[in-house]
Design a protein around this ligand. Structure first.
Ligand SMILES: CC(C)(COP(=O)(O)OP(=O)(O)OC[C@H]1O[C@@H](n2cnc3c(N)ncnc32)[C@H](O)[C@@H]1OP(=O)(O)O)[C@@H](O)C(=O)NCCC(=O)NCCS
Length: 526
């Protein structure tokens, strides 16, 4: 669903025109007020079900809201780029915030899959610019296109009826001709756009080639429910070595939903099957599906930014059992594909909206992304730090040291004390840390240098980090944790720390107490 921000604006304007408060509308559509506020501000997407409920409550149609959203988008485009990035400081901050991702993505393999609608609806031009940009950052790209609408229009033209058995298309000889034709023409169009887009684009001057070939071996699906599916097939093997060679040469690889059998027959495959099989065979770092909706939503219609494969399985089970309409048709294709990819070691699958300009860049280069990321394991993990984390920890604590919130530690001291540190990692980035210095004789430990990255504060991570440190301390036989703080006293008081005198500190720590800094001491029995 596109125009998230102006769509939110259109919803807000309609609500105001009807004289409804945020709370009143939230009640009518059975949504949380905070979520509705975020939808209106454009920081949270909305599901089709939620859009329908909103339209019913606002006595209008989705078309009405979209028309107003487009008008708002036009108006904001005319008012020029977002002011904030015109400020050099904002630009520098933004550039620094994306730098770790640029660094992390170089040399990684991403499989990006999109339906034939993206080409039919003219969205591939903008997408091609983003793909070229990623390629120029040395991301290894494998594109997988679909061709469903193109095949369907050819079948219609030839007055051929689509036959489905258990949700699978029967591809007879005539239908296979339409499939080959549709795939051939869409492939040519994509290759042309990938070559042409560069001249007048943000990536002018970049020289990126796209390779396609017989990389997919297929086999027939055979007979289902007594019906021969004929040329409908499934992936048997992906020529990962061949694809890697092309990627090593700096080319993008384009795969069609077609495969060939060793006997020389061609088979009609599904986009999901080719994309997932390619991602697994290439051991891809990311699999990305562009789809019609903004991502996966829970039963309340709220967009889920992240979900584990287990949660995705539960959601599908719930939808199947209850017959609920909570997920869109696209999700019924892509969620099982994401689960399969996770089960076979693809670390991350992203489901993002094809209607949002720059969706891939927003998903990849911002903390929260804009769609749903599906992973086998929860994204955030807590663990003991090791020497490789020193750079990440320094990035996190140096601004706080400069402000005097944390005591200054140089790189050298941090390297020496790294065994005392624990880190919270989010998608490969260090976003939190804390150190535990034990005083075993007193059964006490100091909790120090606790910090959460500013972009991730206020979400309970400080709490989780504290609980984790308490668990770690308990395992080491510690009975009390103490902290010395100048500015975060209340945070600790609210978490059952009690103020105490300097004399309650272990002797060795008292000797190091800095009477100039005059930190307050708080202690908690754990
Ligand atoms: C303290 C800190 C680790 C909390 O991280 P967090 O992920 O935001 O923690 P939580 O989400 O669990 O808690 C957020 C709550 O703490 C409150 N809070 C944050 N900093 C606070 C402070 N200095 N004093 C009092 N309360 C504070 C927030 O207002 C919020 O309360 P609310 O939910 O009622 O609005 C983080 O703010 C931080 O890194 N601060 C700078 C470093 C620091 O002070 N470290 C402690 C010294 S050892």
């Amino acid at each position: 669903m596109g125009f998230t921000m102006p769509l939110g604006l259109a919803i807000r304007r309609r609500r105001k025109a009807l004289g409804l408060t945020l709370q009143e509308l939230a009640k009518r559509v059975d949504a949380d007020t905070g979520n509705l506020s975020r939808i209106e501000r454009g920081t949270q997407g909305l599901s089709e079900a939620m859009l329908r409920r909103l339209c019913a409550a606002l006595d209008c149609t989705p078309a009405f809201l979209y028309a107003h959203a487009e008008a708002a988008a036009g108006a904001s485009a005319q008012s020029g780029p977002r002011l904030s990035l015109l400020q050099p400081q904002e630009f520098v901050r933004w550039f620094r915030s994306v730098a770790p991702y640029i660094h992390a993505f170089g040399g990684r393999t991403f499989v990006i899959a999109f339906g034939g609608e993206v080409v039919d609806d003219g969205q591939f031009v903008a997408l091609s610019h983003d793909l070229n940009l990623l390629a120029s950052l040395e991301v290894r790209l494998v594109l997988v296109h679909g061709a469903r609408p193109q095949v369907e229009s050819r079948l219609k033209r030839a007055k051929l009826e689509a036959r489905l058995v258990g949700g699978l298309r029967v591809t007879d000889d005539e239908a296979m001709e339409a499939v080959k034709e549709a795939n051939g023409s869409i492939r040519v169009e994509i290759e042309a756009l990938l070559s042409m887009g560069l001249v007048n684009s943000p990536m002018a001057g970049a020289d990126i080639r796209v390779a396609s070939g017989n990389f997919v071996t297929a086999r027939p699906l055979g007979v289902r429910e007594g019906v021969d599916l004929q040329h409908t097939g499934e992936v048997r093997r992906i020529d990962a070595v061949g694809i890697r060679k092309r990627l090593d040469d700096g080319e993008m690889v384009l795969l069609s939903p077609l495969g060939y059998s060793p006997t020389g027959e061609a088979f009609n495959l599904s986009l999901e099957d080719v994309a997932v099989s390619a991602a697994i065979a290439l051991d891809a770092d990311k699999l990305i599906f562009l789809m019609d909706t903004t991502g996966v939503h829970n039963v309340r219609g709220e967009l889920l930014r992240e979900m584990t494969a287990d949660k995705a399985r539960n959601l599908l089970r719930h939808v199947q059992k209850s017959g609920s309409q909570a997920i869109s048709e696209d999700e019924t294709y892509y969620l099982p594909a994401a689960i399969k990819a996770c089960e076979h070691g693809v670390a991350r699958t992203h489901l993002i909206c094809r209607h949002t300009d720059g969706a891939i860049l927003q998903e990849l280069f911002t903390h929260d992304g804009i769609g749903t990321m599906i992973t086998e394991m929860p994204l955030e993990t807590m663990r003991e730090a090791d020497i490789g984390d020193v750079g990440g920890i320094l990035q996190l604590i140096e601004p706080l040291e400069a402000e005097g919130i944390l005591v200054r530690r140089g790189r050298e001291r941090l390297e020496m004390e790294i065994d005392h540190f624990h880190v919270m990692e989010h998608d490969g980035l260090i976003i939190g840390c804390a150190a535990l210095y034990p005083f075993p004789d007193e059964r006490k430990a100091e909790l120090a240098c606790m910090a959460v990255h500013p972009s991730f504060r206020g979400g309970g991570r400080g709490d989780r980090l504290l609980h984790y440190c308490e668990d770690q301390a308990r395992k080491r036989g510690i009975q009390s944790l103490f902290v010395l703080t100048t500015r975060t006293a209340h945070w600790f008081i609210e978490r059952n720390f009690k103020e105490a005198g300097v004399e309650t500190l272990p002797d060795a720590r008292q000797k190091l107490y800095n009477y100039q800094r005059r930190s307050k001491v708080f202690i908690k029995r754990i």
